[in-house]
Design a protein. Structure first.
Ligand SMILES: C[S@@+](CC[C@H](N)C(=O)[O-])C[C@H]1O[C@@H](n2cnc3c(N)ncnc32)[C@H](O)[C@@H]1O
Length: 319
């Protein structure tokens, strides 16, 4: 199943996760949370905030939760993908808007006191995107970016998983599984299932498929587990054993279609991650655009692993 590039994020946010780390966590913790808590604490009086590549609003929710109680105003989250259209803030008004590219922001110049982004801005990074962000920032507005770092463990883990998902072995498993299912045919009754189990040719195909599956597991057992392939195969051969051939093939397309969308998100993440040279180029463009760089640092986990880049810039010149 071929997905277009943007569709892969539409699908992800539609499932309801708040963060891009899956639905296992409610929102970001640790070093990332600390960054956004500090930003929210600095809100004074009325603030207009723009969050780029907002997804389902993880950063707007954190900024709202930790904003100084005296703060008022609005946070707008924009994303190129389709994202949730309704999330509610306690202190600030939150609205999320889908289908908006950072390189074409539908806002007046000098509108926002803060432009923020976490793992979003770098996906659309271009000279035009930088100009757009600077255009909508007020004089004295702050830009706070948390961006993927090429040396981070997130990028390393995702690169490994991407290698697994693009491996020819995964493609072979898919093809062997489809072939086996087609050859098995429609097993409408318990007797048909028993007959299939006694059929030596089918037994040979079954063994060939599980041998391919084992090789896939040996290739990278961590990524294999994350991909949920065993569970899907189990489900197909237990719950789905009496489905028609067409139903089984649809199920296989759906499982591998989701893995394909996941693969595209990982590829975008790995491509978006910045190395030191790319960060320097970004800093230069921000300075040329009228910003002072207040902070550029490598954010680390408490165990010392690299997590991200953090950049804070102050726009001192009017657009
Ligand atoms: C990794 S997610 C980050 C979501 C959220 N900020 C977070 O920290 O959980 C990256 C998001 O950037 C969005 N994105 C990619 N390119 C974009 C662009 N050119 N303009 C706006 N959003 C973009 C994607 O659709 C995706 O929702």
């Amino acid at each position: 199943m071929v997905q277009n590039e943007q569709n892969c994020w539409d699908q992800y946010w539609e499932q309801g996760a708040i963060t891009s780390f899956g639905s296992a966590i409610d929102n970001y913790q640790g070093a990332l949370l600390n960054i956004w808590q500090a930003v929210a604490n600095s809100f004074v009086g009325e603030v207009n905030v723009l969050d780029i590549g907002t997804g389902n609003g993880a950063i707007p929710l954190l900024l709202d939760k930790y904003s100084a109680k005296s703060a008022t105003g609005a946070i707008i989250g924009v994303d190129k993908a389709n994202v949730k259209d309704c999330i509610v803030g306690n202190t600030l008004d939150i609205s999320l808007r889908s289908g908006i590219d950072v390189a074409a922001l539908p806002y007046d110049k000098e509108h926002f006191h803060y432009v923020v982004s976490q793992f979003g801005f770098e996906y659309g990074l271009s000279p035009l995107a930088i100009d757009e962000v600077l255009r909508v920032m007020k004089t004295n507005a702050k830009l706070v970016l948390v961006m993927h770092n090429k040396d981070s463990f997130i990028v390393q883990q995702n690169s490994q998983e991407l290698k697994f998902l693009t491996s020819p072995q995964l493609e072979r498993v898919t093809q062997e599984l489809k072939h086996f299912v087609e050859q098995m045919g429609y097993l409408a009754s318990a007797e048909a299932i028993r007959q299939a189990q006694r059929d030596e040719r089918l037994e040979g195909l079954r063994k060939a498929f599980f041998a391919e599956l084992k090789m896939l597991w040996e290739l990278d057992n961590e990524s294999y587990k994350n991909a949920g392939i065993s569970n899907a195969v189990d489900y197909l051969f237990k719950t789905g054993i009496s489905w028609t051939v067409a139903q089984k093939l649809d199920f296989i397309d759906q499982v591998f279609g989701e893995l394909n969308a996941h693969k595209q998100r990982l590829a975008q993440l790995v491509n978006a991650a910045l190395d030191e040279q790319e960060v320097l180029a970004l800093l230069e463009q921000l300075c040329l655009g009228g910003c002072n760089i207040e902070l550029i640092k490598v954010v680390k986990e408490s165990d010392g692993r690299v997590l991200a880049w953090q950049l804070v810039a102050l726009k001192y010149a009017a657009s």
